[in-house]
Design a protein around this ligand. Structure first.
Ligand SMILES: *Cc1c(COP(=O)(O)O)cnc(C)c1O
Length: 472
């Protein structure tokens, strides 16, 4: 497929700009371009077809099953999009005076109240642009807390080895030393390993619960008690909130600070780099360290983004919360858990489960035996799924399981879809023993098969280069 720049034809255009109704202002020479920008020149129908063609080449939740573990690719109800496109929200200017955007402020305040209630927190900010950015904000709250008390020897953040890579990255970005602790054989925090590293230098612990292998840590109250006893704080990575929302609260588990990936749990289309938004909540005693933003008051020692954050994602989240309501929110979580357990048991008997126990909203397959017996890897299975119109699960994560495939079906899938998916997994398991070659070469029907991943990582070509002699 050609890039839009390559489709450009000199002189073709579709400018439908309205007549200018304000006085022209001459820009000072220093701000003016010397040459016109190299924009592609196309007619409207060319542009429409270009983007429609691109649209046909990607797989999204609206195309089919998308069990990408940890990412919560649930269906996004249309009503949330409708709310986010209301002109009073979509068209608001970031520099509009506060009196003109009372409605937006009410959205932020109401969403903050509901999310505080859901998580057991007392303060909330919507400034961060995504989950990882929220972690950064939350760990800065922990840092400011220790600094203000003059407790500067607390330099270490504890992170279990099952954690998402963003957790240790966050701790390092905030200037802490990362202390990794191994998981127990059941995938949960090893209490003895935790006790061994806790001390006067502990700033805090970052934890996901349910964790990245889809298991709720039954020792959670003991874990947070131990960290507090050592003088540290507890950070909750809320990327897995979809499993527990409206059922249990991080605040009641003993966490002091939490982030929510609004795009994951609260139904904003995401993937491919955006858009995202993150809410970071904290207990009372940390509120004084929250960032200030254009519409939400805060003391503002830190600022992590401009204006009020990715506001329209917050609108979608509030719309989602209001449309599901007090009964619908826990029901969504329970169905997410039910669907994961159903799919896990339907696949069981073919690929091995990494942990054979009741899971939460996601589960992990361990393909190491399968690979040893057939030579077919988790990557081969993932690539084969593409030919069936299914998005592959998360691969090779969490790192504590070898040849891992991690599946999160979400609550928005029907029993028919789950049965269809399970049958495909079982068929691919059989195929591994009868025709492994086919799987090594999959996908056979996709637009792009197997890119050279090392080259793509080492020498990424991220922008179009204008060829010699090209106009524009
Ligand atoms: C997705 C995820 C993150 C990072 O969130 P982004 O919104 O992608 O930045 C952090 N932790 C876990 C467990 C996640 O699944």
């Amino acid at each position: 497929m050609k890039l839009i720049f390559e489709k450009s034809v000199k002189g073709r255009h579709c400018d439908l700009l309205p007549k200018c109704d304000v006085d022209l202002v001459e820009l000072p020479e220093s701000l003016r371009r010397e040459t016109a920008p190299a924009l592609p020149e196309l007619s409207e129908v060319d542009v429409a077809r270009h983007y429609t063609e691109l649209n046909h080449r990607v797989h999204g939740v609206n195309c089919g099953f998308y069990p990408l573990g940890s990412c919560t690719m649930k269906y996004n109800p249309r009503i949330d999009e409708d709310m986010a496109s209301l002109p009073g929200f979509a068209g608001v200017h970031p520099l509009a005076p506060a009196y003109a955007v009372e409605g937006c402020r009410e959205v932020l305040d109401t969403a903050a109240r509901y999310l505080c209630e859901l998580t057991g927190m007392q303060g909330m900010t919507f400034q961060p642009a995504a989950g990882a950015h929220g972690e950064f904000t939350g760990v800065l709250l922990i840092k400011q807390y220790h600094d203000k008390r003059g407790d500067v020897k607390r330099r270490k953040i504890i992170v279990p080895d099952s954690a998402h890579g963003t957790n240790p990255a966050t701790a390092a970005m905030c200037g802490f030393e990362v202390v990794n602790i191994p998981s127990a054989p059941n995938g949960c925090v090893d209490l003895e390993a935790l006790k061994a590293v806790l001390g006067e230098d502990t700033a805090g612990l970052m934890l996901t619960n349910p964790n990245t292998v889809g298991i709720f840590d039954e020792n959670i109250l003991e874990i947070t008690r131990l960290v507090h006893e050592a003088g540290g704080l507890c950070y909750y990575d809320g990327a897995n909130l979809n499993a527990i929302m409206g059922v249990v609260r991080p605040g009641d588990m003993g966490f002091d600070c939490v982030h929510m990936n609004l795009h994951k749990t609260f139904a904003t289309p995401h993937g491919g780099g955006g858009p995202g938004a993150c809410a970071v909540g904290c207990k009372d005693f940390l509120c004084e360290f929250l960032p200030a933003s254009a519409l939400m008051e805060g003391p503002g020692h830190i600022q992590v983004r401009s204006f009020a954050g990715n506001f329209l994602v917050v609108v979608r989240a509030l719309s989602y919360l209001l449309s599901l309501g007090r009964e619908g929110i826990p029901e969504a979580a329970q169905n997410a858990v039910l669907n994961a357990n159903y799919l896990m048991r339907r696949i069981q008997g073919s690929f091995d489960l990494a942990f054979d126990r009741v899971c939460m909203h996601e589960f992990v397959l361990d393909l190491s035996r399968f690979k040893k017996e057939t030579g077919v890897s988790a990557l081969d299975v993932a690539k084969s799924l593409i030919d069936y119109g299914m998005h592959p699960p998360t691969m090779y994560f969490p790192l504590i399981v070898h040849e891992a495939l991690m599946l999160e079906p979400t609550e928005t899938e029907s029993k028919e879809t789950l049965d269809w998916a399970a049958d495909i997994f079982r068929a691919l398991y059989e195929l591994g023993y009868t025709d492994p070659e086919t799987m090594h070469e999959a996908p056979h029907h996709a637009q792009i098969g197997r890119p050279d991943e090392v080259r793509a990582a080492r020498n990424p070509i991220l922008r179009w280069q204008k060829p010699e002699g090209c106009h524009g």
